[in-house]
Ligand binder design. Structure first.
Ligand code: GTP
Ligand code: MG
Length: 280
């Protein structure tokens, strides 16, 4: 299933946050499901964090109001409705495992090469994908892996419907820390949250220290799906997000006579398809 691009393109002059590896677009922040972690509103004091939900009929101007607040300007032109079905996906894992790069690869199809800019607090971007001809909007929260931001990100766990937990196949410590991440997830996240383990930087085979089998074993132990990804080459990046989108959509909207969806089976079948074409 190919992802479809978002119906609203980012406005000119997209605001770039100096601490962020990429810009955050106000057009991306208006969600019908009301999860609106405006980058502006985020402070690093958990007590002061709040959420504001824009509700109202389609076309009344919720998105325009938000753009006016975030960027101080009105975006004229064609009206394009914000899609109705949406889920929040959170990226977790140690600093430098490639969370931001994975998101940029998925959202923009590009690789953020060059100097590493650690994420501060939390950033987010939206992407709409098509699942069985239903438009599913994923709001993807890119968290800071650095320890000092842990209390900020904890506050967001409970709002996430899916968590992509990353380690770096060239970093033993990032893999060893996965157990600690899963402990935190069980403490702070929703009980039925979809979790997927990703071994990132699979392109760096010369520097690999974590065998694929080790990742598979750990994932089996926790009963979560697993795959290796590369934000650099794009291997399995779309598959990871699409599998999560499919799982969430099937949980939310089950059409009559539609076969039930099993994320493990889907991933295995898709991975086989990819490997038989020589891309893995
Ligand atoms: N070769 C290779 N390098 C990668 C890949 N993904 C990320 N990197 C590099 O790894 C470094 C860290 O990437 P980020 O995406 O910024 O890491 P992060 O997990 O977001 O880090 P924090 O924001 O601190 O939590 C950067 O220098 C990237 O260029 C990958 O798949 N392959
Ligand atoms: Mg980052």
């Amino acid at each position: 299933m190919d992802p479809v691009s978002e119906s609203q393109s980012a406005p000119d002059g997209e605001m770039l946050y100096p601490d962020s590896a990429y810009g955050s677009s106000a057009m991306d922040t208006d969600t019908d499901d009301g999860r609106t972690p405006s980058t502006k509103a985020i402070t690093y004091d958990e007590e002061l964090m709040h959420k504001t939900i824009l509700v109202g009929d389609s076309g009344v101007g919720k998105t325009s109001l938000l753009v006016q607040f975030d960027q101080g300007k009105f975006i004229p032109g064609s009206f394009s409705a914000t899609v109705g079905i949406g889920f929040t996906v959170m990226l977790l894992g140690d600093s430098a495992v490639g969370k931001t790069c994975l998101l940029v690869r998925f959202k923009d199809g590009a690789f953020l090469a060059g100097s590493f800019i650690a994420t501060v607090g939390i950033d987010f971007r939206n992407k709409v994908v098509a699942v069985d001809s239903v438009k599913v909007k994923l709001q993807i929260w890119d968290t800071a892996g650095q320890e000092r931001f842990r209390s900020v990100t904890h506050a967001y766990y409970r709002d996430a419907q899916a968590l992509l937990l990353l380690y770096d196949i060239t970093s033993r410590s990032s893999f060893d820390n996965i157990r600690a991440w899963l402990t935190e997830i069980h403490e702070y996240a929703q009980q039925d949250v979809v979790i997927m383990l990703l071994g990132n930087k699979s392109d760096m085979s010369n520097e690999r220290v974590i065998k694929r089998e080790e990742g598979e074993k750990l994932a089996r132990e926790y009963g979560v799906p697993f795959m290796e990804t590369s934000a650099k080459t794009g291997v399995n990046v779309e598959l990871a997000f699409l599998a999560v989108a499919k799982e969430l959509k099937h949980r939310c909207v089950q059409q009559p006579n539609e076969p039930s969806f099993h994320i493990h089976d889907y991933i295995e079948s898709q991975k086989k398809k990819t490997s038989c074409c020589g891309f893995m």
